[in-house]
Design a binder for this molecule. Sequence first.
Ligand code: TYD
Length: 215
Amino acid sequence: MTQERAGIFISLEGIEGAGKTTLMQKIAAYFQNMGKEVLLTREPGGSELGKKLRSIILNAEEKICPASELFLFLADRAEHMENCIKPALEQGKIVLCDRFIDSTVAYQGYGRGMDIAELEMLNTLAAGGIKPDLTLVLDLDPKIGLARANARNKEQNLTVKEGRFEAEALEFHQKIRAGFLAMSKKEERFFVVNAEQSAEQVFEMVHQKLKTMLL
Ligand code: TYD
């Protein structure tokens, strides 16, 4: 664990429909019950500028080329780190972030085929060299994830365009999943959870991990 900052930084990653939002709420409740202050945030769209960038990235009428898409995600990240995540960590908060640097490597790198070493460098620049203390990877078969995500989009009346990444072929999501699993083997901060289990079971696995971190 990195100890230069007072707070704890946890990111949640995984393919669409893995259950990140539900898990995040359960983790937030767990920490709040312990009397800790929690910042729940997400990428893209965690900062004020980020909300505008999110809308451009996910709702653009025009086709966005892969490099522009990447730089929009990175601009969102730089702003989010500087104005939201860093101050919260300095104040000793627990920061729970729905997607972070590893989504860029998974989607733009493993998914779109951009150079991974270059993406890692750009991530370092955008995130000011800060990495999460813990990265939870919710792992499941993309067929199950996409079915969940599409059902949710329908419920929220989102068009296919608003669910841009959900509209990608199954093969794309299989690459993303493989990417997250490959990354997880390289750094200690990763904790992979089988997200085909119930939300309660997923939280129980994560709960065990969090207990070891807080000792
Ligand atoms: P969102 O609706 O937040 O998806 P989810 O609920 O699955 O988190 O949309 C964010 C999309 O952006 C998601 O499909 C992943 C993608 N993404 C990237 O491609 N690169 C990135 O760096 C980030 C942060 C997200």
